[in-house]
Design a protein around this ligand. Structure first.
Ligand code: KG4
Ligand code: ZN
Length: 358
C-alpha cells in the first residue's frame, strides 16, 4: 500500500491530491485562478506564479485533511515538472522539494502530459490499463497547451503520431471566445453559447483533413492545425459586424456552434482515422477540451464497434493533482525518485515510453 501526494501548478490551477496505490483518489483539491486571469483575457504567467505561492499551503492542507492523513503517512511526493509555464511550474517544484527535504519523503518530478493520459484511468477505470486486450491504445490529449495523438503498446512503448503545428484546440477555443467577446476560459463558455445554435449554419475550415480539396501531405496525416479556423472567425466577425464592429447577437449562437463544430470535427476525424490505421483497441480522450460535451458525444457515437472508448472523467480532464499522484505511484513502485537539483521544463520532451506500463 502506498500513499502518494500529488502537486500540480503548471498553469492556472493550484492542485494537491492524495492517491492510494495509483488509482484510489482519497482527495483531489483544486484552487482555480480563473477569476484572477479573466480580466487579462488569458493566463499571465507571473500572476499565476504568485497565486500558486499563496494557494499552495491551504490547498495542500485541504487535500491532507480530506484524505484524513498527515505528511507522516505519505510515502512519496509526485510533482509536475513540465511542460507548462516556467514561473508557475517553479513554484510547485520548489514547494515539493522543500516538503520532501523537510519531511524526509522521496519525491519525483513527473510529466504533466502523460499525467493527463493517466487521469483517464483513475478510480475504477484503472483495471483497463492492465488488460492487454486494450492495446494498442490511442490517446488523444487535447487541452489548452496540447493537441496530440499518442499510440501506446502494452509494454508502454509510445509514439507520438501527430501534434498541432500551431495552436492547441483549447487555445483555438479560448482565442475564438475572446474574439466573440465571450470571456475566458473560452472552451466552457463557447460550449454554453453554442447550445441550441445551428452548427452547420457557417462553414469554418477543417485544416489538415483534406476537406478543402487540398491533398493532405503524408507527414500531416495525424497533425493538427487550428490557427486557420481562428483567422476564419476573425473574418467572419468582420464580415458580419454591425455598426459597433461586433457580431450581432442573433448570429452569436450559430457562430459559436459552427466554430466549435469545426474544432470537434477535426479532432474526431483525425482520431478515428489514426485508430483505424493503427488497429487501436481502445481510444482514450483526456485533457481540458475532453470535457466538451459535443466532443464526448461525437466520439461515443462514432467509435466503431470492437474499439473501446475511455473518456477521462470530467474532474480529471482539466488540470488536477490526482493524475499526478496516480502517475507518481508507478515511480514509487520502481524506486525511481528525483534528485533535488531538477529543473522545470516548458516544452513536451519526445515521448517514447509511458512510465506506468512495462
Ligand atoms: O487541461 P487543461 O486544464 O490545461 C492545460 O493543460 O492546458 O485545459 C484547459 C483548456 C482550456 O483551453 C479550456 O478552454 C478547455 O480546456 N476546456 C474546454 C472545456 N472545458 C475546458 N474546452 C471545450 N469545452 C469544455 N467544456
Ligand atoms: Zn493540462
Amino acid at each position: 500500500m502506498a500513499l502518494i501526494l500529488g502537486i500540480e501548478t503548471s498553469c492556472d490551477e493550484t492542485a494537491a491530491a492524495v492517491v492510494r496505490d495509483g488509482f484510489e483518489v482519497l482527495s483531489n483539491s483544486v484552487a482555480s485562478q480563473i477569476a484572477k486571469h479573466a480580466a487579462h483575457g488569458g493566463v499571465v504567467p507571473e500572476l499565476a506564479a504568485r497565486e500558486h505561492l499563496t494557494a499552495l499551503t491551504p490547498v495542500l492542507e485541504g487535500a491532507l485533511r480530506e484524505a484524513d492523513v498527515t505528511l507522516r503517512d505519505i510515502d512519496a511526493i509526485a510533482v509536475t515538472q513540465g511542460p507548462g509555464l516556467i514561473p508557475a511550474l517553479l513554484v510547485g517544484l520548489s514547494f515539493a522539494k522543500g516538503l520532501a527535504m523537510g519531511n524526509r519523503i522521496p519525491y519525483v518530478g513527473v510529466n504533466h502530459f502523460i499525467g493527463h493520459i493517466y487521469g483517464a484511468f483513475l478510480d475504477e477505470a484503472n483495471r483497463e490499463l492492465e488488460d492487454s486486450a486494450n492495446y494498442p491504445l490511442l490517446a488523444l490529449v487535447v487541452s489548452g497547451g496540447h493537441t496530440s495523438l499518442v499510440l501506446i503498446d502494452e509494454h508502454g512503448r509510445a509514439s507520438a503520431l501527430g501534434s498541432t503545428i500551431d495552436d492547441a484546440a483549447g487555445e483555438a477555443l479560448d482565442k475564438g471566445a475572446k474574439l466573440l467577446g465571450l470571456g475566458y476560459p473560452g472552451g466552457p463558455i463557447m460550449q454554453k453559447t453554442a447550445e441550441g445554435g445551428d452548427p452547420h449554419r457557417f462553414e469554418f475550415p477543417r485544416p489538415l483533413t483534406g476537406a478543402a480539396g487540398k491533398p493532405l501531405a503524408p507527414e500531416n496525416r495525424y497533425n493538427f492545425s487550428f490557427s486557420g479556423i481562428k483567422t476564419a472567425l476573425l473574418y467572419h466577425v468582420k464580415n458580419h459586424a454591425g455598426a459597433d464592429g461586433t457580431l450581432p447577437v442573433e448570429l452569436l449562437k450559430d457562430t459559436a456552434a459552427s466554430y466549435q463544430e469545426a474544432v470537434v470535427d477535426v479532432l474526431v476525424r483525425k482520431t478515428l482515422a489514426a485508430a483505424k490505421a493503427m488497429g487501436a483497441k481502445m481510444i482514450v480522450a483526456a485533457g481540458g477540451v475532453a470535457c466538451n460535451g459535443v466532443l464526448r458525444e461525437r466520439l461515443e457515437q462514432l467509435v466503431p464497434r470492437g474499439v473501446k472508448l475511455r473518456l477521462a472523467a470530467r474532474k480529471y480532464c482539466t488540470d488536477n493533482a490526482a493524475m499526478i499522484g496516480g502517475l507518481g505511484y508507478h515511480y514509487w513502485k520502481k524506486g525511481t525518485f528525483s534528485p533535488l537539483d531538477i529543473d522545470s521544463y516548458a516544452r513536451l520532451p519526445r515521448i517514447t515510453q509511458i512510465p506506468f506500463l512495462d
